[in-house]
Design a protein around this ligand. Structure first.
Ligand SMILES: Nc1ncnc2c1ncn2[C@@H]1O[C@H](COP(=O)(O)OP(=O)(O)OP(=O)(O)O)[C@@H](O)[C@H]1O
Ligand SMILES: [Mg+2]
Length: 507
């Protein structure tokens, strides 16, 4: 286990393309080629993969990095592993800066999406590999486990020999061995107490075998130890890959989309296995996925990323219940949250959300958070999750285009105020076919989300300090300026032209 801290980490991949040949325009005049930048992440310095990442990961925590493709998840993980140089910022493991420490000395293991097993080796040989080639940094606890296992074995042997006087000398030698093991355990315990770490240049084959069996049992792969990877299913291969990573007792286990090569059923099964594994081994996990269900179910905390920026860090519940901006609210939760143009009203000291003519009083917690920040009444985007919409006699009106019966619920695909929306209605034994109908959708003042139209932030948490993408901020400011200019032009009343009196030149 280890504590991992990312402090203002930035990763910029410099352009490695060769300088382009000079362009010559008409009459041989040098002209600069026109470069189009579609992507905010591509700048003059290179590709900005990760921007000002600040993540504190506690000892033994399971952290999940989640976000759309290209948001910098793998890059963050690779920087922690030491496979990628850190452009700016500090990476600390157990309080020590490790920016320039070699990957092999960081005591970190990584599991990749492609299993990356050696095809010519058996499962056992694959798992033994990390123990064989590395002058492994093994703590004394590891040796104690093995000595205890040896004592058990000697004890069993002793029990078998007992009762026959002919075996007295053998029993005596077994007793000596047990005592030796016990002495060594004491020694190891003292060394642990003194904070020492042992380095074995080579592990004994018995110890290696013991460790492999221990991990194989944990992952349910003892039956396949003699097989080669090509004779295993995808799920079994991924288990071996995990086994090979954890056999070294790494302080930190990094996993980069380890389940995305598996089919849906196997993925669910392996997800449950990872939850179990997590309880059995003492390691800090950093897990990368773009699947929000995996993020919600596995993580103690989730880090939601976009365009190289951390958008929100929190427990799955916190991120789901209180998304700090519109992006997070849309990324976490399926089907996606619905958004409606609305207004935030303040009447007699109470806040209301209004969409069309439908007005809802906000819950006391929301009232408190908004008034603490003195949020002013304004035009907003109201976010409501599909299962938080209530079909009834009051609310905003929409027409049902498609109805999908899912079993316990029906998903209604609707058009509300000209935009698509999804509503989940529990069937509770009775299925009503709403297709073609106009229905009213209400919502609860506690279960809606209020986003600023200016910067997409959740207005309840506007006081929190966030690291914003400076390019997005600049873009937003430019847009706001343009809008203001357009408004000004519209409202400007044309001044009547006053004709100047002509000078009388006749005199
Ligand atoms: N070696 C590289 N050179 C230049 N740019 C790179 C390099 N590796 C990654 N990038 C860019 O950095 C950004 C982040 O990449 P990264 O692999 O971390 O994304 P990701 O979040 O893991 O995405 P995915 O879910 O698709 O794996 C992307 O824009 C990518 O194109
Ligand atoms: Mg990736």
């Amino acid at each position: 286990m280890a504590e991992v801290q990312l402090k203002n980490i930035v990763k910029i991949y410099p352009f490695i393309d060769k300088p382009k040949r000079k362009y010559f325009g008409l009459f041989g005049k040098k002209v600069a080629p026109r470069v189009r930048k579609h992507n905010l992440q591509i700048t003059d310095r290179g590709v900005i993969a990760v921007q000002s990442s600040n993540i504190d990961i506690a000892d033994g925590e399971f952290i999940v990095l989640v976000g759309p493709s290209g948001c910098g998840k793998s890059t963050t993980l690779r920087m922690v592993a030491g496979l990628e140089e850190i452009t700016e910022g500090e990476l600390l493991i157990d309080g020590k800066i490790v920016n320039s420490i070699e990957p092999k000395d960081r005591d970190i293991a990584m599991v990749f999406q492609s299993y990356a097993l050696y095809p010519h080796m058996t499962v056992e040989q694959n798992m033994a590999y990390p123990l064989k080639i590395l002058p492994q940094n093994i703590t004394y606890q590891f040796e104690i486990d093995y000595l205890n296992y040896q004592i058990e074995e000697y004890q069993n042997e002793k029990n078998e020999l007992a009762g026959d006087s002919k075996n007295a000398s053998k029993i005596e030698s077994l007793d000596n061995k047990i005592n030796e093991c016990k002495d060594r355990i004491k020694e190891c315990e003292n060394k642990i107490a003194a904070g020492e770490v042992s380095y074995f240049a080579k592990m004994s084959s018995g110890m290696r075998k013991f460790k492999i069996m221990q991990v194989a049992e944990m992952l349910n792969i003892t039956d396949y130890l003699d097989r080669k990877p090509k004779n295993l299913s995808g799920g079994q291969r991924q288990r071996v890959a995990i086994g090979r990573a954890v056999v070294r007792n790494p302080k930190v286990l990094l996993m980069d989309e380890p389940l995305s090569n598996l089919d849906a059923k196997l993925r669910n099964q392996m997800r449950a296995e990872i939850i179990k594994l997590r309880k059995k081994i003492n390691t800090t996990f950093i897990y990368v996925t773009h699947d929000q269900v995996e993020a919600m179910t596995l993580g103690d905390r989730i880090v939601v990323m976009k365009d190289g920026f951390v958008q929100q860090i929190g427990t799955p519940q916190e991120v789901f219940d209180h998304p700090r901006n519109k992006f997070v609210s849309g990324f976490i939760g399926t089907p996606q949250m619905n958004y409606f143009e609305g207004e935030l009203l303040l009447e007699n000291g109470k806040y209301f959300a209004k969409v069309d003519d439908y007005k809802v009083e906000l819950s006391p917690e929301k009232q408190a958070r908004l008034s603490k920040n003195n949020v002013e009444p304004q035009a907003i985007t109201v976010g409501v999750r599909p299962d938080h919409m209530i079909v009834g006699n009051e609310g905003i009106e929409g027409s049902v285009d498609v109805s999908e019966l899912m079993g316990p619920s029906v998903h209604l695909h609707m058009t509300v105020k000209g935009k698509d929306a999804i509503v989940i209605v529990p069937t509770l034994g009775g299925y009503v076919d709403y297709v073609g109908q106009n229905i009213k959708l209400g919502f609860d003042g506690n279960l809606i989300h209020l986003f600023s139209n200016y910067n997409d932030r959740n207005l309840e948490f506007i006081d929190e300090e966030v690291m914003e993408d400076p390019r997005a901020v600049a873009q937003r400011e430019a847009e706001a300026k343009e809008k203001a200019k357009a408004q000004e032009a519209e409202t400007k009343v044309e001044e009547p032209k006053v004709e100047e009196p002509k000078e009388d030149l006749s005199v």
